[in-house]
Design a binder for this molecule. Structure first.
Ligand SMILES: Nc1ncnc2c1ncn2[C@@H]1O[C@H](COP(=O)(O)OP(=O)(O)OP(=O)(O)O)[C@@H](O)[C@H]1O
Length: 292
């Protein structure tokens, strides 16, 4: 059984189509990157999956059941977002006790070790926490909950670079010991590139890409060399971007770059370089914007 299955999922807010006929499945035990530009529909999608809203049309199943107002399946999900609110009069330790009661798989030792790692003041009231501390509290709950389906919607924006790295390290180590389905929604793609196994890329409500990260990296390359040679080589591929400087061209291309294609590039005097996951995503989403 899939963890999440969406078929033709559409969500409209008045005139705005936040999700447009989106179809995909999340299978178990994988770290997904839910990527896309501002307003692409990422938060809307997570809200539908976590039962906070219902779709306008299409079908959505969570652990084989419809999620909206369905406590049975929702108890297997944790959703941590950047603007998470907690009862403000509570101290950090009270919020953690509440989470312990809420999440059936809660690991108290792990939670306490994360509190130490992030240097969270257990007796400080939530309303007196800094932005970074609030993010750290969210991350602590999201990890220690060990929910079978875990969503992080940019909850770590307030964390500094050192704390973010700590979060990535703890997530990866804990995931290795306790595999589950994790969805990270983030704009810091390069930072999480090594963590993400599969990419879902939304663009203006449409699912532009649903592919393993390695496959995506291999599909986009940067070709540079003499203009005529690059243009000849590019004709067999999808050109996402082209920059010319004098007689030289640098082009981002999408396609299949097998040994035969690599040999052809070499013969034409073209250098083929891999691109980072972030560059691939930027090129793919910019290409669609330009094509409009
Ligand atoms: N409650 C709402 N009422 C009206 N429009 C909404 C509502 N919620 C979202 N939208 C619109 O739906 C679209 C998708 O928004 P969403 O928050 O899902 O994007 P996102 O990918 O999470 O963006 P970001 O990366 O900026 O957080 C946007 O155009 C947004 O303005």
């Amino acid at each position: 059984m899939s963890v999440v299955a969406a078929a033709g999922l559409t969500k409209r807010f008045g005139e705005v189509t936040a999700l447009d006929d989106v179809t995909f499945t999340l299978t178990g035990d994988k770290i997904y990157g839910l990527l896309g530009r501002n307003g692409a529909g990422k938060t809307t999608l997570m809200q539908l999956i976590t039962g906070q809203n219902s779709g306008t049309s299409g079908d959505l199943m969570l652990f084989g059941e419809r999620p909206y107002e369905n406590e049975r399946v929702l108890s297997r999900v944790v959703f941590i977002k950047e603007s998470q609110t907690y009862p403000t009069a509570y101290q950090v330790r009270h919020v953690l006790s509440l989470a312990k009661r809420l999440f059936p798989n809660w690991d108290e030792d792990f939670a306490q070790s994360l509190v130490d790692d992030f240097d969270l003041p257990r007796k400080r009231k939530v309303r007196k926490l800094s932005r970074g501390m609030l993010s750290a509290l969210g991350v602590t709950i999201g990890l220690a909950a060990r929910a079978p389906l875990t969503f992080f919607d940019e909850p770590y924006l307030g964390l500094d670079a050192v704390a973010r790295q700590l979060f990535y390290d703890r997530l990866l180590a804990d995931y290795a010991e306790n595999p589950r389905t994790v969805v990270l929604s983030t704009h810091l793609i390069d930072e999480v590139a090594d963590l993400i196994e599969h990419v879902l890329l939304l663009d203006r409500g449409k699912l532009l890409l649903d592919a393993p990260s390695d496959e995506l990296r291999g599909e986009v390359v940067e070709a540079s060399g003499p203009a005529a040679a690059v243009d000849e080589f590019a004709a067999a591929h999808q050109a996402l971007h082209r920059e010319q400087l004098g007689g030289a061209v640098r082009a981002s291309l999408r396609g299949s770059f097998d040994d035969a294609e690599r040999t052809r590039a070499e013969k034409l005097g073209i250098d083929l370089a891999p691109v980072s996951l972030q560059q691939a995503v930027v090129r793919l989403t910019t290409e669609r914007t330009n094509a409009r």
